[in-house]
Every structure is written in C-alpha cells, then in structure tokens.
Design a protein. Structure first.
Ligand code: ACO
Length: 427
C-alpha cells in the first residue's frame, strides 16, 4: 500500500496507509508529532480512527452492519441474544456444548449480593434508573475486589465478564423496582435470559406471572440489534476508561453514564417524549419539522440523524417492521406510531433532511416497541444498556488484548499566554 506524503513548510514527510479487511483506508499518523511536531485537530473525532478492531464492520454510506462478519439482518432474524453476546465477545458463534456451558455459567451468577439491596434502598424512589444502574455496576468492584486489577488473571477477567452478563438484568430490573417503590424480584433461572428479565421487571407478589412469548421474542431481537456498534460515544468511553487499567466493572459503569445522554442512547426516551408532546399539541408534525429546521430553535428531531449512517440505519429498518408486528400481535393501537410514521415520511421528503442525510436511527422506533411490551419510558435507555453490554465487554477485552496505550488526546491551547499574578487588592 502506497504511503501518503505530507509537506509541511516545504519539508516532505511520509506516513503509511493501513487498510482493513473491508478495504477501509486510514493514514497512520501515530508518528506524526514525533516526525513533524504537529498534532491533528478533530473535535468529536469525526475523522479519527481510534483503534483497529475485528469486532464490528459498519458502512454508513451503504447501511451495512455486521458483528464478526455476520449481518445484523440474519442475526436479528435467527439468533438468540446470548448466542450473539458469545459471538461478539469471543469472536465465533458457540457450538451446542459451548453455548450450554456459557448459559449455565451465566445462570450460576444471576443473584447479586444481598447488601446491594441496602445500596438500592439508599436511593430516592424517583431516581432515574440509569443513574442507579451505573452506581450499582460500579459498586460491584466493592463486592469483587479481585476484579480491581485487570492484570491479575485471565480467569478473573472471564469471571467478571460472566458476572456482568448474569447480573446486569437483575440490577436493571431492580433499578426499575426502586423507581416503582415495589419489592425486588429474584432471578428465575428456569427461564431464558429475556424471560427472566421480564419476570424480574413485571412480577408482583400478589399475582402469578407468565412470560408472553411475543414480548420475549421482541426483546430478544431488540437486544441483538443493540449488542454492538463499534466506536460510538459509550464504547469509546469504556475503552478509554479501561485503557488506564481500571476494572471491567468501573469501565462498564462509565459506559452506562455515556450512553445516558439524549444525543446517544438517551434518544430512545427523548423520542417518545417528543412524540407524546406532539400528540398532546394536536399532532401537527409540520410544526415540529419547521422547529427542527429552524437554527434559532434548539429543538431537534430526536431519533433522526446519525454520526456514521448517512443513507439508512439498518437497525431502524428491522425495528420499524418489528414494531408493526409486535403491536399487531399484542393488539396494541398506539396513536404515537401514526405520528412517528407521518413525521418520518415528511422528513424523508424534506430537502433539509435529505441534503443533510438525516434518516431515522435505531432509537426512532425502538421506544414504540418498548412501550407496547410495557417497558416504562424512563427504562428505555437501561434496555439499551442491557443490549449493548456484550459490545462494551468485547471492546474492553480487545483493547486489553491488543495492549493498547492509555487513551490521552492532545489539544490546541487557546487561552492566555503567561501573565503575572496580581494581588487581590490590585485587581
Ligand atoms: N434534527 C434536526 N437537525 C439535525 C438533526 C436532527 N435530529 N441531526 C442533525 N441535524 C443537522 C444539524 O443541525 C447540522 O445542520 P447544519 O449542517 O446546518 O449545521 C447537520 O444536521 C449535521 O448534524 P451534526 O450535529 O453536525 O451531526 P453529528 O454527526 O455531530 O450528530 C447526532 C449526530 C448527534 C446523532 C445528531 O444527528 C442528533 O442530534 N440527532 C438527534 C439525537 C439522536 O437521535 N441521537 C441518537 C443517535 S443513535 C445512537 O446513539 C444510538
């Protein structure tokens, strides 16, 4: 592969070009500062490849998403979430024996320490479940001190991976029970991953609970669609926190915090709140499209646009179809689905959105399914975190296995030059 030449002040410098397995090209500037004294400036890392990764291939122009070489369409259609988790984390689909061992290992660890209930009790009951989840995940470091040093042993890291996958549904459901002011439910290991989560969320001591297979299968699909998405904001956070050799639990807790914001995973909650407020305001989608286009108005069409998808988000296509199926299967008639479709159609035909390549993203329709299966709005981003966990783990593991250096960007300083201290009375 040819090198790239950079001419600075008349002096020529060569930099290698690296190419990925899908022919993506990058200029390797890792020696740029050493060779030239210059750094690059790229706010939001819009042009910066932070790593070389073998986990996910994403082509935003063509709307392609693959985990470890398998298309998202096929995985969403045919796989189990835990099978996908195994694939993403360990690199290959598990055979029967590997899958059954993996599932059993997870079942052994679904309980959380009883003292976690005391921590949970310390939160006010209206606490947002994302804050509670992030805190509870971080608290796992206190219960498993051997996990603090990720260099301790490969066995200890594996145990942390299994514990996280096993305990995340329990912690997520408990963060909801806290908000609801209801007693928590313990895991039911007789159920599959999604069924167990649903039971911990919705069972109440006064009534029997049976898992609805339509709901379980919709949840399985949603979790698969969210399982991994290469170097997004929360994943980059997990990698950068982990790069300081912080523990897996603390890195994942940081990922949950990064996911929470409305420009990232928090968009699924924001979309439903937006659609509801449009409905309350009479359903006038044109008015809200105009607001989104008005640069003086901070309003954005939530669930629209994506940093990397500039044609369509393949996950959104699958979810839109799934939303129709789930609502029909459950006999739910949700007026905001109509508003969402009207808004999408109008935006896709509007030059503002067309020119800027703004399309519905994964969050535009996911909230409608979550609502239909009874998940409360405040929990939507927690559901995203539950799905994204395998991706965060895989990226953290890969970063460690590649011996990547600590993440530490540079900056261009724009403040004052050196000045002398002035005594308070003289200022
Ligand atoms: N509504 C209206 N205008 C928008 C929207 C939107 N949702 N998204 C982008 N634009 C406009 C911007 O104002 C900008 O216009 P300009 O060129 O005239 O200044 C142009 O489109 C480019 O947008 P940027 O913000 O520069 O694009 P960026 O890649 O930085 O942001 C983001 C991507 C954050 C997803 C953005 O599209 C957005 O805020 N969308 C709404 C929030 C959302 O749905 N987030 C979820 C993303 S998916 C996920 O994280 C799981």
């Amino acid at each position: 592969m040819a090198n790239v030449e950079l001419i600075i002040d008349g002096e020529r410098h060569e930099f290698p070009v690296v190419e990925g397995t899908e022919k993506e090209k990058a200029i390797d500037i890792s020696k740029l500062r050493a060779k030239t004294g210059y750094v690059t400036l790229d706010p939001g890392y819009k042009n910066t490849g932070a790593t070389m990764s073998a986990i996910t291939f994403l082509n935003g122009e063509e709307g392609i998403l693959r985990y470890r070489g398998y298309s998202i369409e096929e995985l969403a259609d045919r796989a189990d979430f835990l099978e996908v988790a195994y694939l993403v984390i360990f690199g290959e689909l598990p055979n029967e024996a590997q899958y059954s061992e993996f599932k059993n290992d997870i079942k052994v660890h679904t309980l959380v320490h009883e003292e976690i209930k005391n921590i949970l009790d310390g939160f006010p009951s209206n606490a947002h479940p994302m804050g509670v989840l992030s805190a509870l995940l971080s608290s796992l470091t206190a219960f498993y001190p051997n996990s603090l040093d990720p260099n301790r042993s490969a066995h200890e890291v594996h145990l942390s991976i299994i514990r996280l996958l096993a305990k995340m549904p329990t912690l997520a459901a408990w963060s909801y029970k806290n908000e609801k002011g209801q007693p928590v439910n313990y895991p039911d290991n007789g159920l599959d991953y999604c069924g167990n989560f649903l039971k911990m969320m919705f069972a109440v001591p006064t009534e029997p609970y049976t898992v609805n297979p339509v709901v379980e299968s919709a949840l399985n699909k949603l979790l698969i669609l969210h399982a991994e998405h290469e170097q997004n904001c929360s994943t980059s956070t997990v990698r950068i926190v982990g790069s300081s050799q912080s523990s897996l639990y603390s890195s994942i807790s940081a990922g949950v915090s990064a996911l929470w914001g409305p420009l990232h995973g928090g968009a699924n909650q924001a979309v439903i709140e937006m659609l509801e407020s449009i409905r309350r305001d009479g359903g006038d989608t044109e008015k809200y499209l105009a607001k989104a286009k008005d640069k003086e108005d901070p309003f954005r069409l939530m669930g629209f646009g994506h940093r990397v998808y500039k044609n369509f988000d393949p996950r959104a296509r699958i979810i839109k179809k799934a939303a129709d199926d789930v609502l029909e299967n459950l006999g739910v008639d949700d007026p905001i689905l109509e508003i969402a479709k009207k808004l999408e159609e109008a935006a896709l035909n509007d030059p503002y959105f067309v020119e800027r390549k703004l399309y519905p993203n994964v969050d535009f329709y996911s909230g409608i399914i979550y609502r239909a299966i009874g998940i409360p709005t405040q929990m939507f981003t927690v559901m995203f975190a539950l799905g994204r966990l395998p991706g965060w783990i895989a990226q953290w593991k890969e970063m460690r296995e590649n011996n990547e250096p600590i993440g530490r960007p540079r900056q261009i300083y724009t403040g004052h030059n050196l000045r002398s201290f002035v005594e308070r009375g003289d200022r």
